[in-house]
Unconditional design. Sequence first.
Length: 360
Amino acid sequence: MNEVRGTWFDGGRSKGNPARLRWSNVAVALITDEGLPVSVDRENLQVSSPLPGAPTRITFGGKGSFVTGDFTGVEKLRETLALNPGLASRVERHMPMVVAAAALVIAMLAGLAFWGVPALAARLALTVPEEISAQVSGVLMSQLDAFLEPSSIAPERREELERYFLSHGEVATIEFREAGIFGANAVTLGATMIAFSDELVELAESDEELLAVYFHELGHARLRHVEQNVFRSAAWLVMLTVLTGDIGAVGELLVGLPLSVGLAANSREFEREADAFAVDRLIEADLSPMHLATILQKLEASHLRQDDVEDSTGDGDNGRNPATDSEESSISYSPLDYLSSHPPTEERVAYVRSRMAEID
Ligand SMILES: [Zn+2]
């Protein structure tokens, strides 16, 4: 005769009675410590399948249940009565397979997130009609306009630059804005819109440097990087929702999606692609690719200067610590293109030089 100790709950009162479940090959009996036998229907005996360490609940078809923490005893009961092994022991028995399956699922999800999603986003982005891209650009521009001022560059100069840029490559809309704390910068807002800050126009010492920036942005526009980012983020959010089951938290992320992800998250690979596009176009236009390297270096220097000014005049608002902050501040102050993302300027200049070496 085998037995496990546990507690009998009769299904009426919440308080249980200490009891023993005994069994042999032919019979099962439950006896409380008070000596009361409880009638047990072996045919309806069911054993819950908890994980090791969790109490096991055994029921007999009625209201009552017997709860025990004796995991080994319960396994013995299963064996004697030829019940299905519990989930815990099944997991334990097939542990290598479980681990392999879990690893496979994780690998598949990672593959989907890091290769599948970007590949799909790249395809989908190219199918977005220009009218839709233009609508996205409009929304992004209006969100950005909350932080920007109208351009103070003379309209004639803006028109002159626009004509110059467009003569080297078409885009539907070119915008100019005074960017304030964002400083010298430019940004692509989808396939149809490129925006320059006044500060960038003033920083450049030649129109060729500005054209180099324009080509870089045109690369983002033609390669549909903003649209790709939107598709990527949407796909990742869907995956996140499926994995976490928390649509509320994911919904909150979605609210900030267009501005934060559509613009700021230009990845390393997108920047490289846009730089390569710009260099190709400069060479095609019989201009030196070094114009791109030059303006990149000026941009970096101007942002470092700007950080210095902000650090020394800042009154520590937002709880920022001016002394330790300068490394990050070009990132946090610049949701626009340059310096807001890697690769570092040094690496990008090295790339331009390597392309120069090719054509020499
Ligand atoms: Zn860029």
